[in-house]
Design a protein around this ligand. Structure first.
Ligand SMILES: Cc1cc2nc3c(=O)[nH]c(=O)nc-3n(C[C@H](O)[C@H](O)[C@H](O)COP(=O)(O)O)c2cc1C
Ligand code: SF4
Length: 434
């Protein structure tokens, strides 16, 4: 099972810049450079920000692809005279993701501009930027950026950095709000939703830092410019993190609408034959390589293929790796990372992880049966979507790897063992099954 420290150390580095780079093409985090490239904050009202973002079709880059303009308008309406709060989510809890870290290290002022403009849009007088408490480099970059902006007419809304425990569920939006209200970093049952009652009881906008950086560019250049890349249904660019069996793993900025084959090519192509790709991260779904290659990389494109874009995470699984072992490892990680305050996380996820481990290592029909029986008791029963995400990932594994499930259940040779390759854990460099 991986540890958080392993996951942090394994985070990918920026890949080669792409021609479509909008967020990542600056490369120098200094304010002077940011102003030289992007110019000052635009003279634009909060209402104009909302209209531009609505027309741009921007959707959240934190995982759920929710329409950002609709969220801004909802918080702005709820704010009324009591005002609201903006929370920028820079925690990046997904172990295989490196995009938010890369963005905050290379373009911190774009994120801070986005916070300022979002605050203007929803009538916020206070903003928080949440990052993991062990992300020392990110904290240092943001502290420098905030100091550079002090008195430089780059914002009127105070932004407070909020270190957050490095746990998967601590960066879920209600957990962030609970912690900012002085409580534990644990998801809360909803309603009330953050837009109804969030930080200090005020309507609160929670947005991913990449979403806010896109917002900062939309406010400057307009919705037509944003839509000039991407597709009609999924406009703009997005940051993706590619890892596993690819030659150049890393963070890339791509126009939405490329194919999975384009993505593999961007990362230098497969480093060895790839049997499947986990799309969307640990809450995502496996796709067989041939399906992935022809799938459109966008929220609607991946949903149509039975997967998800999540936070833009793609992990290529080599042919020689046992898919059930990798699925068991990820499930074990998710079970370990739960807040352990609801039934599906206390009982369901550890039992699923155990059944998968048993199936992957000793095999037998009992563990396969346990998996099928337990799944319905996990989905849609927690305070947050953590167990649902885990169940979705496991269900996709059972769907995509039927030969492996059958072979392990019948204690036959795993198909992966018959394929010639050098099986390695895509994140941690350990041999599979060791
Ligand atoms: C268990 C769990 C963990 C999450 N972790 C993150 C995270 O690390 N970063 C993030 O931006 N969103 C995360 N989210 C999603 C947030 O709750 C929230 O929806 C998101 O920050 C909203 O931003 P967006 O609309 O810009 O995508 C997580 C959700 C869940 C259920
Ligand atoms: S579902 Fe799990 S992770 Fe979510 S709040 Fe409940 S115990 Fe915590």
């Amino acid at each position: 099972m991986t540890s958080t420290a392993d996951a942090q150390a394994a985070r990918p580095v920026p890949g080669a810049p792409t021609t479509s780079a909008r967020l990542l093409h600056v490369g120098d985090p200094a304010l002077a450079h940011h102003l030289a490239v992007h110019g000052r904050l635009p003279e634009i009202t909060g209402a104009q920000v909302i209209t531009a973002v609505e027309q741009s079709g921007l959707t959240g880059r934190g995982g759920a692809a929710f329409p950002t303009g609709r969220k801004l308008a909802t918080v702005a309406r709820a704010a009324g005279r009591k005002g609201s709060v903006v929370v920028a989510n820079g925690c990046e809890g997904e172990p295989a993701s490196g995009k938010d870290r890369t963005l905050m290290l290379t373009s911190p002022h774009l994120v801070l501009d986005g916070i300022e403009l979002a605050a203007r849009a929803v009538g916020a007088r206070q903003a928080y930027l949440c990052i993991h408490d062990d992300a020392h480099d990110v904290r240092s970059a943001l502290t420098t950026a905030l100091a550079e902006r002090a008195g430089a007419e780059n914002g009127s809304v105070p932004v407070t950095l909020k270190p957050t425990p490095h746990r998967y569920v601590a960066s879920e939006e209600t957990a962030l709000i609970r912690a900012l209200n002085g409580g534990l970093s644990l998801p809360a049952f909803t309603p009330p939703r953050p837009f109804e009652r969030g930080v200090a009881g005020r309507p609160t906008l929670v947005d991913n830092v990449e979403t806010l950086a896109h917002l900062a560019l939309i406010a400057r250049h307009g919705p037509t410019w944003f839509r000039s890349l991407g597709t009609t249904a999924a406009p703009g660019t997005t940051l993706v993190t590619l890892s596993g069996a690819v030659r150049s793993p890393g963070v890339y900025e791509i126009p939405l609408g490329l194919t999975g084959a384009d993505l593999l090519a961007l990362a230098g192509g497969p480093s060895e034959p790839v049997q499947a790709v986990l799309c969307g991260g640990y809450f995502g779904s496996w796709l067989p390589t041939d399906v992935f290659q022809r799938t459109e990389i966008s929220a609607p494109g991946l949903a149509a293929a039975g997967s998800a874009i999540g936070a833009g995470i793609f992990i290529a699984l080599p042919e020689g790796a046992c898919a059930l072992t990798e699925t068991a490892r990820i499930t074990g990680y998710l079970a370990e990372q739960s807040a352990g305050q609801c039934g599906p996380c206390v009982h369901g996820l550890p039992a699923l992880a155990q059944a998968l481990r048993e199936l992957a290592t000793s095999g037998g029909t009992r563990s396969a049966h346990t998996l099928q029986t337990l799944m319905p008791f996990v989905e849609r029963r927690g305070a947050c979507r953590h167990p649902d995400g885990a169940a979705r990932m496991i269900a996709s594994a059972l769907r995509v790897f039927p030969d492996e499930v059958r072979a392990h259940a019948n204690r036959k040779l795993c198909p992966a063992a018959t394929r010639p390759s050098t099986p390695r854990d895509p994140h941690h460099g350990r041999r599979y099954g060791s």
